[in-house]
Structure formats: C-alpha cells, structure tokens
Design a binder for this molecule. Structure first.
Ligand SMILES: *Cc1c(COP(=O)(O)O)cnc(C)c1O
Length: 418
C-alpha cells in the first residue's frame, strides 16, 4: 500500500531540507531497503547493507567454495572474532583486545555473570531492575541456580543506585531499556558500584551503533551487546562481549570450549585459557555471521559515533514533536524520556490497542514493533532513517488513529513474533 501523501507540498519541505543537510545522508544508499516502506525496526533487526550482500556472496563462492578448509588460514577466518571485536571496541570506548565477537548476547551474559561472581566471593546479591530485558534476568537466574546463598535482587531504576551495598557482588543493567528507551547513567552507577566494591555488567544491545558509549571512560568492568540490531549484522548475528583489561587475566569463562584454549590445535586434554580476550570464545565461530557483522560495523565506524548520536537525537525530537502536533487526543502516551540525554534511539508509546495499531501501521508500510502489554516501538536508526521517513510514519499513525482502521478483526490476531 502507498504511504500517506502530504496534504500540501509545503508540509514536507522543511523536513526534506533537514535530509538534504544531514551529514549522514549518503549512508542510506548503502542499504538495501524495500520501496514504499518506512522501516522503524532497526533496533530489533538492522537493515541489510549492500556491502554485506556482496561480501557474503564472495565469501560463499570463493573462501568457502574454492578455498574450503584452507580459508581458516588463507582468509583469516580464525582471526575474525578478534578482528571484528577490535573494530566494535572503536564504537564503545574500549581498547583493542578487550572485545571479542562470540555466541549470543544471552550466552555472553552467562559467561560474564559467572566471571564477575567468581571475582566477588562472599557477596550475596546480583542487582538488576524489574522489567529488564527478559533474557538478562533469566540468564542471571540460571547462573545463580548453581550458587546457593546468592540471589537476584530487583530494584526500580530510580532507586537502584541507592541499593548498591557491601553485599552487592554485581550490578547487571541494560544501558538503554529495550522498551522505554530510558538510559541509565553509566558513569554514576559504575562509580557507585566501585565505591561499594561491586562490579557492573552493562548490556549495550540498544545503545551500540546508535549512541556514543564510553566504557573505559566510565571505568566499566564488563559489557555485552547484540550484533543484529543497530550493528546490522543480520538475523541471529553473533554478539560481542567486553572485559576491561584489568580483569582479563583473572577471568576464566565457564563455557571453556576449545576455541578459547591457549593452543586449540595442540589437542591436549587439560584446559588452559588463551592469554587474551580469545579465552571467551567457546566453540567454532559462525564465520558467515561474523563476516556479515563486520560489514555492518565498518559502516558505523565510517559514520562515527558522534554523528550517529546527533542524528539519533534529531530524529527522535522530530518524531515526538510531530506526534504532539498530528496525533493529539488519540490515547497515545509517550513512555520514553523527553530529554535526549536520558534516552536511546527508539521511542515507545503506550496505546490501549497497541497491538492492532501496530499491525495496521505495518499493513500501511510503516514497520515498527509491539511489546506487551500495550507498547508501540519505533526505532530511529541514524544510518538509514530519513527525517522524511519520520514525517511519513507519523502521518500514517495519525490516519490509522483517526480512521480507527486498527479495529478490523484481522489486526487483533497475534502472530508468533511481535
Ligand atoms: C536484543 C537483546 C538481547 C538479545 O539476546 P539474544 O541472546 O541475541 O537473543 C539481549 N539483551 C537485550 C537487552 C537485548 O535488547
């Protein structure tokens, strides 16, 4: 279906001039995006970079097809997790040698929760917030299952910093909340935790690739992050983990697989961890996934995190303003902070019929997503979302709300993935 047309050509002119002056404008062409779609879900699955299509076709044909097993050496497949990790370090204020690409965010959380708790024996609590992304909480629970006497304590964001105590072993937080986009003060929370002798593990899944993150500037201990959101690594892309240099020597992964061994090709019986961040590898890296991720990360490095953050703020501000102007009186409630300094790169709105509204939007070419129980999410991705896209999205939202077309019965049927 066609997108909503402006009621007068002038309505769009201002917004288009922002696009014309956008320092990141050339990046949109470097993605394959379908026509007549406003894609506002890059915070859940990033778009496909053209370079990835090319690179993966090439890797499949030559490195795999012709090179076969020789490519582990000749194409340096074996070095890819570390090479791409070093690149991601440049997006999150980490140093080379502190980041590795491996496994999923969930698995990496498990490794680092273990490592952190081993470094704080005698302390009973892991502190997080209620409503943190579910896998983060589930993985902590799973890790604690084998550790009697230790437990997970959940405290609301506003109070959390006050609850860090001499009994806190580890604080686990998602830097930008997956639903509300509220951002924690990484510097303040990390500093308080250290004052009390606790460690902090940051989940950067909704920050990396959209915002400036300064792990070492904040003296962070551990972090994990997702490869398929703003990093554009593709569906199920491998994730990454960060261990501050000062913790590396004392940290041994509980998933001590052979790829994390000091000399995997010695094939000896006893485990000896690799000296560097490679010790956090477990099994054989998913090479196609790691190389896809590398293409996405290269684009972000080229854009630079300062420009990404500035554009993200501009897009979010425009969206908020247009919703106020065009969608007033329709039961929409902004759940995200209005202050850009306390917010990530997506916006969440509550609506009593949120699921049906989102389905109607998607049917009209505006793709966001829905998070239970009532939350519409719109991801504003600095690399490829245009100001004009924001205008079209809000104009379509206005029409969906005004016409109440969301009340068609087919929009109420829940799909398996929302
Ligand atoms: C997306 C996301 C994950 C993803 O975890 P997977 O292991 O890739 O399924 C984890 N944590 C947060 C906060 C996320 O937003």
């Amino acid at each position: 279906m066609d997108l909503v047309q402006p009621r007068s050509p002038r309505e769009l002119a201002a917004v288009r001039s922002w696009d014309a002056n956008d320092p990141l404008r050339q990046f949109r062409e470097r993605f394959d995006l379908p026509p007549n779609v406003v894609y506002l879900d890059g915070n859940s699955l990033g778009a496909l970079p053209r370079a990835t299509r090319q690179r993966i076709a090439d890797v499949v044909a030559h490195e795999w097809g012709t090179g076969l097993i020789r490519s582990w050496n000749d194409a340096d497949w074996i070095g890819a997790p570390r090479r791409v990790g070093d690149k991601i370090a440049g997006l999150i204020g980490a140093a080379a040698g502190e980041v590795i690409v491996a496994d999923s965010t969930s698995a990496n959380l498990f490794k680092l929760v273990h490592v952190a708790l081993a470094a704080r024996p005698g302390r009973r609590e892991v502190l997080s917030e209620p409503g943190n992304f579910c896998t983060d909480l589930y993985v902590i629970e799973g890790a604690l299952r084998g550790m009697p006497g230790r437990s997970l304590r959940l405290e609301p964001a506003e109070r959390l910093i006050e609850c860090i105590s001499e009994d806190t072993a580890l604080v686990v937080l998602t830097h930008v909340h997956y639903k509300s986009a509220a951002m924690h003060d990484m510097r303040a929370i990390t500093a308080r935790a250290h004052e009390k002798g606790a460690l902090v593990l940051w989940d950067l899944s909704h920050s990396v690739g959209a915002l400036q993150v300064d792990l070492n500037g904040c003296d962070a201990d551990f972090a994990v992050g997702c490869g398929y959101k703003y990093l554009n690594g593709g569906p199920g892309a491998p994730a990454f983990l960060f261990v501050a240099q000062r913790h590396l020597a004392g940290s041994v992964s509980p998933l001590s697989g052979w790829m994390g061994h000091a000399r995997p090709f010695d094939f000896v019986d006893p485990y000896a961890p690799a000296p560097g961040i490679e010790r956090f590898l477990c099994g054989t890296p998913p090479v196609l996934g790691v190389l896809s991720l590398e293409c996405g990360v290269d684009l972000l490095l080229e854009a630079g995190t300062a420009a990404l953050q500035a554009k993200s703020e501009g897009l979010c501000q425009l969206f908020i303003t247009l919703v106020e102007e065009m969608c007033g009186g329709h039961d929409l409630r902004l759940l995200s902070p209005t202050d850009a300094r306390q917010r990530g790169s997506h916006l969440a709105y509550a609506h009593p019929n949120g699921y049906a509204v989102m389905r109607a939007l998607i049917d009209r070419g505006v793709i966001g997503d829905f998070r239970a129980p009532d939350c519409l999410r719109f991801g504003l991705v600095p690399l490829y979302t245009r100001y004009e896209d924001v205008w079209h999205a809000v104009a379509t939202l206005r029409d969906v709300l005004q016409t109440q077309c969301w009340s068609e019965p087919r929009y109420a049927v829940r799909a398996a993935v929302t």
